[in-house]
Design a protein around this ligand. Structure first.
Ligand SMILES: [Zn+2]
Length: 239
């Protein structure tokens, strides 16, 4: 993971995209990016999320939004505006989350009541506009809702993850949907019992340990490999 050449970064994007597709988070939509300096490497607009090759990964200059290579997705402003607002963010994921958006549409607070939800703080913020994020002005509004946090839900649309790197990004995307799915079950039978401040801090610290996020990353890649979705990718360098 220490090599940061363009080809290594494109491999990260392709492998993570396929893993998130196998996990059911990416369908025909969804994209993720990694940042290296002023360049963001991101899924190409039309490449299948479950079969994208590294040579199909697009690259874009973050500063002025100019395309360096490939054809970036139409919702690229989500990525660019979060990178412009947050020097600490090295990877962004956007996907049309099933359970997280169901909570937002139902007006149910996306609270921290399960361990998988602890990395996102007391409550995941909601961007209250279902339209696609296709210009910088709207991207800035999404980035403002994410704030200094790790995620936001876009009502009736999807979710956004903002974090340090690709390993955390995949782990957090999976944890966001897991937490939302468990909350959905909970809301069906009652009200979630939120973590106390102490519980939240303790659980978040434990689940955020690098060895835990790395375990989730390895598992996601292995599931993709067993599904036959990593053919043609040298993923050994990513583990
Ligand atoms: Zn979208």
């Amino acid at each position: 993971m220490s090599v940061r050449s363009p080809s290594a970064l494109a491999l990260q994007v392709a492998a993570a995209s396929r893993a998130l597709a196998v996990a059911g988070l990416f369908d025909m939509h969804g994209h993720l990016s990694v940042r290296e300096g002023d360049i963001a490497y991101v899924n190409a607009h039309s490449a299948s999320r479950i079969a994208i090759r590294p040579d199909e990964v697009a690259s874009v200059r973050i500063g002025d939004g100019a395309t360096v290579g490939g054809t970036p997705p139409s919702e690229l402003p989500i990525h660019l505006e979060i990178y412009r607002a947050r020097a600490d963010v090295g990877a962004v994921v956007h996907f049309h989350a099933l359970y997280a958006t169901a909570l937002a549409v139902a007006g149910k607070p996306f609270v921290a009541a399960f361990n998988a939800g602890a990395p996102f703080g007391r409550e995941v913020p909601v961007f209250d506009d279902p339209r696609l994020v296709r210009d910088d002005a709207m991207g800035r509004k999404v980035a403002a809702v994410v704030g200094t946090g790790r995620a936001a839900v876009l009502r009736g649309h999807g979710a956004v993850i903002a974090t340090a790197g690709i390993v955390d990004a995949v782990a957090l995307a999976l944890e966001l949907e897991e937490s939302a799915r468990r909350l959905w079950l909970t809301y069906a039978i009652g009200e979630p019992r939120r973590f106390s401040a102490d519980e939240l801090a303790s659980v978040a610290a434990g689940i955020g340990e690098p060895r835990v996020t790395r375990k989730i990353w390895i598992d996601a890649l292995e599931r993709a490999r067993l599904a036959g979705a990593l053919a043609g990718l040298d993923v050994e360098s990513l583990i």
